[in-house]
Write a protein that binds this ligand. Sequence first.
Ligand SMILES: *Cc1c(COP(=O)(O)O)cnc(C)c1O
Length: 424
Amino acid sequence: MRFDTAALHAGYSPEPTTHSRAVPIYATTAYTFDSTEHARQLFALEEPGNIYSRLSNPTCDILEARIAALEGGVGALAAASGHAAIHMTVMNLAGEGDEIVAGNNLYGGTMNMFGKSLARLGIRVNFVDAHRPEAFEEAITDKTKALYVEAVGNPNADLADIEAIAGIAHAHGVPLIVDNTVPSPALLRPKEFGADLIIHSTTKFLSGTGTVMGGMTVDCGTFRWKDNPRFPLLNDPDPSYHGVVFADVPNNAGFIARQRALILRDYGGCQSPFNAWVTLLGVETLGLRMKKHSENALAVAKFLEASDAVEQVNYPALPSSPYYELSKKYLPSGASSMFTFIIKGGREAGGRFINACKLISHVTNLGDARSLVSHPATTTHSQLSDEQLYAAGIAPGTVRLAIGLEDIEDLYEDLAQALAESQK
Ligand SMILES: *Cc1c(COP(=O)(O)O)cnc(C)c1O
């Protein structure tokens, strides 16, 4: 199936009992066993099937199969949030004494998890310049379990050279994890450039309407876990499943099988079937929406670039962007809708701009069908001095936009009046 067809059909055909055309919400905690022998086989992973909804649920299974199909993966695992997906993926790779090499431009929440909470577990994340692939190579040690980048950095929409970083990862026998939340598979399929594992906050564009939390890990089935000395967890017989060796799972889907069978079982961050169902509704229109999100965002970026009240616009599809060449390679059909611009007049002008926006909502989110705006210097980063802000790649006048699906003329009108207000 091609992309738009898979977005509507992958993972589900009308089930034989009710012939329901739409995906049902399987609101159930548990599933009946045919016999004690059947139950034994399920618990031993000898037979596929549902046991308990912390481990698997038919509605979540369909969402997992659909996103795996859109990303070209061999399997996927839904999680309660994007952060739950990131955390479980790391827990499936690394433990005390292990290391991860990550870009230094990640979503703030991921920076906190990696820099502080994982450190408390004894997992060390080395943050490197995401725009210098060699920096990843320099930071790899024999303890490194993965390289981690965002396809499009949040908030500044800066691009990492995924293919170059994947080449470095594989030369060292290390997998590359790509957070593909901002482009979504409609605009970028990181597997085509060498990613081994893909992360989504489905809270954003995949659900697409700012309604439900969710996360996803996609296993591309590309990484050779078998006999790789960095990964005893996948190569040693697992005592909790009668000695199963996850590196031997058919289709090279052992990583995601282990993440479900051990990590989701033990840590418990499963997705609600209702959230999976809402997300499936969003995924059905993903291709259409990402096209319109990208068109609207490019138009707004050009509009802002032409304004006297704006110092700089950071949108990779603008020829003025230092990421323009990379955007032609990685985002040829659109650069998604989240980006920043720097308003003239610093913190105060930024605050006045936000307060003056009427149609565009002041929230901390992205990937909603409605346009959203935020001002890091007066909100998420308000405790930082100007110097600290610049070190984080943010200016006092940096405004982040996540452009929605509204009529572009209404967006121009709201932006024009708010820009005028900001300069008073
Ligand atoms: C929002 C976001 C996350 C975290 O996802 P939640 O669903 O909020 O837990 C991770 N990465 C990126 C790029 C995000 O934008």
